[in-house]
Design a protein around this ligand. Sequence first.
Ligand code: ZN
Length: 246
Amino acid sequence: MDKYREVADLIKERGYVVAFTGSGISVDSGIPTFRGGQGLWEKYDPMEYAHIDAFRRNPEKVWNMLREMAGVIFAARPSAAHVALGELEKMGFLKAIITQNVDGLHQTAGNSTVIEYHGNHRRLICVGCSAKIDFTEVEARVLPYPICDRCFAPLKPDVVFFGEPIPMLDMIRANEEARKCKLMFVMGTSGVVYPAADLPHLAHSSGAKIVEINMEETPFTSSISHFFFKESASEVLPKIMEYVRA
Ligand code: ZN
């Protein structure tokens, strides 16, 4: 039997599916990965621009990059992989997505339960009073950078910068879903960023089948993956969906 069909059968048989996604699945949407050494990150050293200390020291400098980043994210459209996951939720199989991405494309593709491990670039948060505001409601072009209208501290995208902790509530929800799922898709993630990389291990030790879709092998491939597709998720998921629909 072909592997796509085997996974489709498992989805239907097991029912509770969770997807764990990383930047690889947004590459087809035109968003460069951190580790790929392309696009924005060739121009901006992540440690110099995506570290919370750098932001606190010089919000103006970091906002120059953030505006450009926002342009890339707001122009991006869901890939075939995002769309397939939207459909899998509508069919009742996919119960949650745990993502390391901050682009909000899973929600654009129609997914409603999205646990954002590293936050969302489409939302801003005040570094002073933690107020949250939709990016589009703020004149982000305000120079040198947008500030909170309550406490006048700088606003930053509500994403986890280097040097910041993962929000506790999201971590708890993600662990819960990893423990509950019967099948976990692991895709577009290098498997080296902790604590997020613990999640597939947690799912595996709780009895879930692990279906990995990645362009390169990862630490998961030989240790816990039951299936490994060395292809883009935008190629693999639509093929699996054909069998799920059948
Ligand atoms: Zn504030």
